[in-house]
Write a protein that binds this ligand. Structure first.
Ligand code: 5GP
Length: 345
């Protein structure tokens, strides 16, 4: 047994120190970034925020709106080829730059992915997502995908430590997804005692990835626009959001009316709800590692997106970053024991 004693930080443990700036307005801040990816060698330009590949968030409806703002959607893996065909029929080419096809590592997942990509070769991104990215079989699957789809940009995760980021990048991933346990409907830390505070995971994994020319996604744990900025400030190239995009018209999940209030169902992808829906129940050998919650209905997602992007732009003006690309360089985190004043919340 060993103990690491240096303190690891989550978003709630820090604030960003303001810096002198010549920027006059947040309208001057450029949120778009351009990346050329390590293996696919494809170049992508957009706002590097991604809707999570959960069936309540990574929907076609959400993808359509987010694409208009230049954001990405990791479309969940439970759509059939026919549903993909219907969605992409008559779509402009730009949508293909703003969606990822998600897959698990089961043989059936891979078959479906092959069919989707064969039918829609313009799709650029593949998102290989498992709860535990540390298994050798997962690394083998990433290699298999790289061999099968040499020119696709491949996302692989989730992990939280530099050595595994390096292994996945060397095995063919262009982008590594970082986060174990921070999610809003995740119970991994409670059920297993395993996890890593998200900001430290991002800082450490970004360092490992950038050393090899790879990229990372900070996945999970953002509860407000400030957290999105902190993730970017910590070195994340992309930030993935679940809970912050749940509860909207375009989100999945059943609409619930109670006592004159409207809610939408939101659940983790390994919750009892999701496993009941997609896998015929929770398998006997595993515990559910996700919650099911009702989030207040929030209307169209466009307003939320504007709010998040406005927040990030504002962060950039506070530290003098004219473009999101400069935010990490301009970020000094201060460790704090308070966040906001909660008198009226
Ligand atoms: P959020 O933005 O809601 O805090 O986090 C979203 C992320 O939570 C997802 O992208 C995914 O990585 C993670 N997640 C989604 N469902 C589950 C689940 O059932 N269990 C766990 N452990 N994590 C989940």
């Amino acid at each position: 047994m060993r103990i690491e004693t240096d303190l690891k930080l989550g978003f709630k443990d820090v604030l960003i120190r303001p810096k002198r700036s010549t920027l006059k307005s947040r309208a001057q801040v450029k949120l778009e970034r351009t990346f050329t990816f390590l293996h696919s060698r494809r170049s992508w330009t957009g706002v590097p925020v991604i809707a999570a590949n959960m069936d309540t968030v990574g929907t076609f409806e959400l993808a359509e709106v987010l694409a208009q703002f230049g954001l990405l959607t990791a479309v969940h893996k439970h759509y059939s080829v026919q549903q993909w065909n219907e969605f992409l029929k008559d779509k402009e080419k730009t949508i293909f730059n703003h969606i990822m096809a998600s897959t698990g590592t089961a043989e059936s997942d891979f078959k479906l992915l092959e069919q989707i990509i064969a039918a829609h070769p313009l799709i650029e991104f593949i998102c290989i997502d498992v709860a535990n990215g540390y298994a050798e079989a997962f690394v083998d699957f990433v290699k298999q995908c790289r061999d099968s789809f040499p020119d696709k940009t491949i996302v692989a995760g989730n992990v939280v430590t530099g050595e595994m980021v390096e292994e996945l990048l060397l095995s063919g991933a262009d982008i590594v997804k970082v986060g174990i346990g921070p999610g809003s409907v995740c119970t991994t830390r409670v059920k297993t005692g395993v996890g890593y505070p998200q900001l430290s995971a991002v800082i450490e994994c970004a360092d490992a990835a950038h050393g090899l020319g790879g990229r990372i996604i900070s996945d999970g744990g953002c509860v407000c626009a400030g957290d999105v900025s902190k993730a970017f400030g910590g070195g994340a190239d992309f930030v993935m959001l679940g809970g912050m995009l749940a509860g909207h018209d375009e989100s999945g999940g059943q609409l619930i009316q109670r006592d004159g209030q409207q809610y939408k169902l939101f659940y983790g992808m390994s919750s009892t709800t999701a496993m009941g829906k997609h896998a015929g129940g929770v398998a006997e050998y595993r515990a559910s590692e996700g919650k099911t919650v009702e989030v207040p209905y929030r209307g169209p997602v466009a307003e939320t997106v504007k709010d998040i992007l406005g927040g990030v732009r504002s962060t950039c003006t506070y530290v003098g970053a004219a473009a999101l690309k400069e935010l990490t360089k301009r970020t000094t985190f201060i460790r704090v024991q308070e966040q906001e004043n909660r008198t009226f919340s």
